[in-house]
Design a binder for this molecule. Structure first.
Ligand SMILES: Cc1cc2nc3c(=O)[nH]c(=O)nc-3n(C[C@H](O)[C@H](O)[C@H](O)COP(=O)(O)O)c2cc1C
Length: 202
């Protein structure tokens, strides 16, 4: 099958991308608005970028009216955010926070998700997340404008929290102890998959 992007609607292109670019890690992102109210939402167009300086990125698209999502607005306003990773036991809470609440209404409060203070930035972390990256805004790259328009947010990691309980024998997090949920296409998620070890060639 061959697909020509120019012949597909944005909706279909999105479906093809989320059914092929996978599994995707989920960044559960906490921010504050200009009044200090908390916001929390998941983003699976998310990846690490480099370690020098430690940088990650995520992609909040504009909503169907062409407006920026609250997370993007808050990051632009405050220059700070926290990426929390999502273990299986928190996946249903994570899913709830994808709801579009009115600007300023906190998903932490609405869905009874417990925050805990960050150490460097103002937005709180999610209690129970095994890994949280506290970030300061590096830059935002605008890919396109209007409905579904793309934005790439790059963040500098200024603090990293890792639950000691997920550490493996080599001192780094063990993938099975982390028990992270990954997103697939549609409503599907992957969790507790089998691991495969392969040595890289020199
Ligand atoms: C698992 C998951 C992954 C998501 N990934 C993205 C994403 O990468 N980009 C995006 O714009 N929206 C994504 N969404 C939808 C947003 O979470 C949703 O639009 C949310 O309401 C945005 O919240 P905010 O307005 O508080 O920022 C995702 C939703 C779920 C459940």
């Amino acid at each position: 099958m061959h697909l020509d992007p120019d012949q597909l609607s944005v909706r279909d292109l999105y479906q093809w991308m989320i059914h092929t670019i996978l599994p995707r890690p989920i960044a559960w992102i906490s921010t504050l608005d200009r009044s200090g109210r908390t916001n929390l939402a998941p983003f699976s167009f998310f990846m690490g970028v480099c370690a020098k300086p430690p940088t990650l990125m995520f992609c909040p698209v504009n909503d169907r009216f062409g407006k920026p999502k609250d997370t993007l607005l808050n990051v632009e306003t405050t220059g700070e955010f926290v990426v929390n990773l999502v273990p299986t036991r928190l996946c249903e809470s994570m899913n709830l926070t994808a709801a579009s609440l009115p600007h300023g209404e906190s998903e932490f409060d609405r869905f009874n998700i417990a925050p805990q203070p960050s150490s460097v930035v103002a937005p709180p972390r999610v209690l129970g997340s095994p890994v949280s990256f506290e970030c300061r805004l590096d830059r935002i790259v605008r890919i396109s404008e209007g409905p579904a328009g793309g934005n790439v947010v790059f963040g500098r990691i200024v603090a990293l929290h890792v639950d000691d309980a997920v550490l493996g024998e080599n001192g780094f997090p063990d993938v099975t102890r982390l028990d992270l949920v990954a997103r697939a296409g549609g409503d599907l998620y992957l969790h507790r998959g089998e691991t495969l070890r392969m040595q890289r060639p020199d």
